[in-house]
Ligand binder design. Structure first.
Ligand code: ADP
Length: 436
């Protein structure tokens, strides 16, 4: 830069001397110098204009001057222009990266102005709140018209949270429950975060239902127990037979409570249990023999034949105790919910898809269709069937379902009121072990 300035200055001085000399020769040195300076200013002005035009243009590559002072100046402008473009590209890339990052966020993000105008939102927010591209610049409280939501937005500076039903988006509900949080963001904006909390809310509801069901189920036998104990304490003159009868009732209630607590413990263990990876093969014939001898007394008492059928040639890869638990529950139910002289059949077969199927079929009371989907819920009992098995806990089928899930198996329930029920356990073909 220094060199070019000196060079430019020297050229100017030499030119001035030359012009003065020529002017002195012809006797008009002052006019010559004035004319030369005028030309010099015009040329420099023209070059400056070129430089300005180029500096404002969007094409930094077409540098107008390569040499001299203007060349240096153009080069400096070129450098800072290039630096500016690189910086712009960097900022744009960073912005794109940030947008991409937010767009893959599992939660919805909406940027709002202080007057609740939508400035930007990601795909998840669009799905959870039903926002569309054309909603940008609209007031969000005009699109989501829930009083609680409007109240949340009006808490200007605070960080507020709200759980509400997810809006129905084009007749399709994306999330049953959503959590909305509004946070101050920058100076003139707010950030609205949306999260699908359907599962968390369901789990909370289940926990509440469970506590209330369990306390309700335990309270009934406890009330009966208390009644008998009080009676025994006050009625000191009661004869041996009466005392014995009362104690038998107490024993029944204690057994029911014990069963319930054992089943609850088993259920909580099953909830944490992993998929059964046992490679043990259960001999179905031996399994059915064991169940036959366990249940014959009960089926004889109810004068119901209990039959076992086996399609030969295959056994089952599973945990024997788990399958015993499943079948004990299903067979006990079939016997309990079938009148005297009904029939219970247990069978093992392989279906056309190669699945191993254990079926427990009865000719009992049957279950109305409206109850079928809820049978495996904890404590769910069919009110009209309760009378047939007063000691039932409503936990048996929940245990069956969990044990089967642990064996990658499915439970199919079919039933007709007055005709009977069929419970099928379908095990995947990989768990079938062909023996013949
Ligand atoms: P429970 O201890 O009450 O038998 P379960 O979970 O085993 O509990 O069964 C839930 C409900 O399903 C029962 O209360 C009963 O009403 C109904 N149920 C189960 N199996 C049968 C069946 N084979 N026939 C008719 N109803 C049944």
């Amino acid at each position: 830069m220094e060199m070019d300035w000196r060079f430019e200055r020297n050229i100017l001085l030499l030119s001035l001397v030359a012009v003065w000399f020529v002017g002195w020769l012809v006797g008009h040195s002052a006019w010559f110098i004035a004319l030369f300076l005028l030309c010099y200013v015009v040329v420099q002005f023209y070059r400056l204009q070129n430089l300005c035009d180029w500096a404002q243009s969007s094409d930094p590559e077409s540098i107008p001057f390569e040499q001299g002072l203007f060349g240096q100046l153009a080069y400096q402008i070129y450098q800072s222009k290039k630096h500016g473009v690189t910086q712009k590209i960097n900022v744009r890339n960073q912005l794109e990266r940030f947008k991409k990052l937010i767009s893959i966020f599992p939660d919805g993000v909406v940027i709002l102005s202080l007057s609740n105008e939508i400035k930007w939102f990601n795909d998840r927010a669009s799905a959870l709140l039903g926002l569309k591209e054309q909603d940008t610049a609209q007031h969000i409280n005009h699109l989501i018209r829930f009083p609680k939501f409007t109240r949340l937005l009006s808490q200007a500076e605070q960080d507020g949270v709200l759980v509400m039903a997810g809006p129905v988006n084009e007749s399709n509900l994306v999330a049953e429950k959503i959590e909305i949080r509004v946070l101050p963001y920058g100076q003139n904006e707010r950030l609205l975060l949306v999260r699908d909390v359907t599962k968390v809310e369901r789990a909370n509801q289940m926990r509440k239902d469970f506590v209330s069901n369990a306390s309700h189920e335990l309270r009934t036998p406890l009330t009966v127990l208390k009644g008998y104990v009080e009676m025994l304490l006050t009625d000191t003159a009661a004869d041996r037979a009466r005392v014995e009868k009362s104690l038998q009732k107490v024993d029944q209630q204690v057994s029911k409570m014990q069963t319930m607590v054992d089943e609850l413990l088993l259920l909580s263990k099953l909830e944490e249990a992993e998929i059964d990876k046992a490679t043990d093969v259960i001999n179905i014939h031996n399994l059915f023999e064991q169940l036959d001898s366990e249940f014959q007394p009960l089926s004889k008492q109810k004068k119901q034949p209990l039959r076992f059928d086996i399609q030969p040639g295959a056994d089952l890869k599973a945990n024997k105790n788990a399958i015993l638990t499943v079948l004990r529950n299903l067979i006990a139910n079939a016997i309990h919910y079938t009148e005297q002289r009904g029939e219970v059949r247990v069978s093992w077969s392989i279906n056309t898809d190669g699945q191993g199927v254990i079926t427990v079929k009865d000719t009992g009371k049957g279950i109305a269709a409206r109850h079928l989907a809820r049978l495996t819920e904890r404590f769910y009992r069919v009110p009209e069937n309760n009378i047939m098995h007063k000691n039932g806990t409503g936990l048996g089928l929940a245990i069956v379902k969990h044990e089967l899930e642990r064996h990658e198996a499915q439970l199919l329930i079919e039933s007709q009121v007055g005709e009977g029920s069929r419970f099928q356990c379908l095990f995947p073909s990989k768990r079938v072990c062909h023996t013949a």
